[in-house]
Design a protein around this ligand. Structure first.
Ligand code: ATP
Ligand code: ZN
Length: 296
């Protein structure tokens, strides 16, 4: 068996909004995770790594202390931790494109709001006291921050606070509680963080391999391989339309002088509108296929 300093340790959320998506990302990166019910750790069968399942709030600490070399956590949790702990100990190495949400200030429907000034002297209930204090300081407004660990949206009804600051994705929870968002404090998504503590060379090597696989997965998630035929005079127009494609491959079609096959990797979504534009520009037999793996 390999010594621990020869393995990577990756902290992900045990159960919650990010847990399945975090596992999904690692699986897409080729990591076969040994599943055990309610286990606190899991071995990766085909990569020298162990997963640690923890509460999301503990992930920055694990990585900053070097107990785990990598972690997947919401930008909101990271920001709150950094402001509280004074930062240090980790770096963000990738934005992961999932777990998108916003930290927003909300108030009962009837509460008047004309910008941050309306918060002066108010009480704001939140699980993100450091982020809210920074927002207030930046806005030059004095208000009382009331820290709650959950059920923040009940605070106005219980008259604990006139405003709340909480995570919102669709706004349905706010609406169900008779609240409306008045201010966005932070836009967040899940991020991959890496410890900045010194690690063993073997771990650094594994880390580079993991990161390049994850970057590959992120790149393929939106990417498509696109192929079409086109007459020579249309090539210029066609390459200008291809979304996010650098240097397409252009090869002559056998038996059709003046006609070419165009192949390209598009790093942005390819919509029906794009296909129509390509057709209008002279392309035919357009094929769009998903990309399974990519290493940049
Ligand atoms: P834990 O038990 O790990 O402490 P939690 O209850 O604090 O879990 P979740 O509700 O599972 O956390 O949310 C985890 C993360 O998912 C949030 O920190 C945030 O980054 C992200 N997220 C995305 N959309 C939302 C949303 N609508 N509400 C809350 N969090 C969201
Ligand atoms: Zn949490």
């Amino acid at each position: 068996m390999l010594a621990d300093r020869d393995r990577l340790h990756i902290a992900i959320q045990k159960s919650g909004r990010l847990s399945d998506l975090s596992r999904g990302l690692l699986k897409d990166a080729g990591l076969r995770i040994q599943e055990g019910k309610n286990a606190l750790t899991a071995r990766v069968e085909n990569f020298a790594a162990d997963l640690m399942f923890v509460r999301d709030d503990d992930i920055p600490t694990f990585v900053a202390d070097g107990a785990c070399e990598f972690g997947i956590v919401g930008g909101n949790v990271l920001d709150e931790f950094t402001l509280g702990a004074g930062g240090g100990g980790f770096e963000t190495v990738a934005k992961l494109g999932f777990g998108r949400c916003s930290l927003r200030i909300a108030a009962p429907e009837a509460t008047p709001y004309q910008g941050p000034r309306s918060l002066a002297g108010a009480r704001i209930a939140t699980s993100y006291p450091n982020i809210v204090r920074r927002f207030l300081a930046d806005a030059g407004v004095e208000a009382t921050v009331v820290t709650m660990n959950g059920a923040v949206e009940l605070a106005p009804r219980l008259q604990i606070a006139g405003f709340i600051c909480d995570l919102v994705s669709t706004g349905a929870t706010l609406e169900a509680n008779g609240l409306r968002a008045v201010e966005t404090v932070l836009d967040s998504e899940a991020v991959l963080i890496r410890t900045t503590r010194p690690i063993a060379p073997a771990q650094a090597d594994l880390g580079e391999r993991l990161l390049s696989r994850i970057e590959g997965v992120l790149a393929t998630r939106d990417s498509k391989y696109i192929m079409m035929n086109a007459p020579g005079e249309a090539l210029k127009r066609i390459t200008a339309i291809l979304p996010g494609a650098e240097a397409p491959t252009i090869v002559p079609l056998h038996g059709r002088p003046g006609h070419f096959a165009v192949h390209a990797v598009c790093q942005e979504s390819v919509f029906w509108e794009t296909l129509q534009k390509l057709k209008d520009a002279g392309a035919s037999a357009i094929l769009v296929v998903p990309i399974e793996k990519m290493m940049l």
